[in-house]
Design a protein around this ligand. Sequence first.
Ligand code: PMP
Length: 384
Amino acid sequence: LISKLAKINDLDTLQKSLVQFENSLEKGAGTIKEGIEGCIGDTPLIKIKSLSEYTGCDILVKAEFLNGAGNSPKDRVALSIIEMAEEKGLLIPHSGDTIYEGTVGSTGISLAAICRARGYKAHICMPNDMAIEKSDLLLKLGAEVERVRPAPIVDQNQFVNLARKRAEEHTASPDKPGRGLFADQFETEANWRAHFTGTGPEIYEQTGGLLDAFVSGAGTGGTISGVALFLKSKLPDVKIVLADPPGSGLYNRVKFGVMFDSKEREGTRRRHQVDTIVEGIGINRVTHNFDVGRELIDDAIRVNDQQAIDMAQWLVEHDGIFVGSSSAVNCVAATKLAKTLGPGHRIVTLLCDSGARHLSKFWKHTEPVGGAENDVSLEKILDA
Ligand code: PMP
């Protein structure tokens, strides 16, 4: 039939591939994913060719933006939070139960998508200086969104505090159906556990346990702690390295054991905002999720905004990879570490989200891809 219709003469080759297809059908049985929850985790580990060639190391990135609910590692966390709450009887689908969360975006997007799939409502509080794409997306997912003025953690209306307050108000209100659950990504164990049981083991399996270092930025700290706890339990010598943007206190916490520099500790007002256009990483307090893995972090690398912008642009120019700001920070730090360790090492980091979520802010600072201005070398990026 095929030779008649397609008038081809390499029927043998085609028949061979048909046999292969029949065989793979048997092997592939059961690979249908159960809803969007089934598309969370098992993300690919990709070798970035340009950075690996430049350093002589394997620079491997876990493509977390391919998680299939909210397209970031926060899918793992959101699912973990919801499943833990369901197990404890704190959430009942289609009962009007509403999940409240304070987030710079990614966790909210993951929660909102999974809430839709599971019969919950989502109410998201976020700082109003985050890229507008994120709140637009949240609204399209049917979440209620409160964009609030950036404020210190001691302020009642700081986005995390506000989400907690809204959840309490919901539960106390006789007019609202169901209950309010504060997801609490910064403090809940469900966060680092998702990376301890998911991201960490996947990295170990995908590398066959052959890696020298794991590099990651920290927002809640769930990723770096969960992955560090798993990897160090299997590979005690693996290096865990924090990538930190300007103004974040975590760099000093890791390097010198103090959260703030001396000027800030001498009574000037505590910084509440991290001084960067990078979204999702850098913070000025030690959360439970950071604290739980803190002692396992061996070193920290500071990455400035220009380096992140230039790296994001480099990755598109040379590898066709289009990422957001925290992923770019991770790649700068991973490449710097590779240069320090020398050729022959293997370093793993994460690509957290796509550049599409950062077009109106972070990507505004880049030059047109393919333009003559884009001759910034990796050497320059790392030294900037
Ligand atoms: N990248 C992005 C885009 C994020 O939104 C976050 C979390 N806020 C992180 C990285 C950091 O992950 P974690 O909270 O696990 O430290």
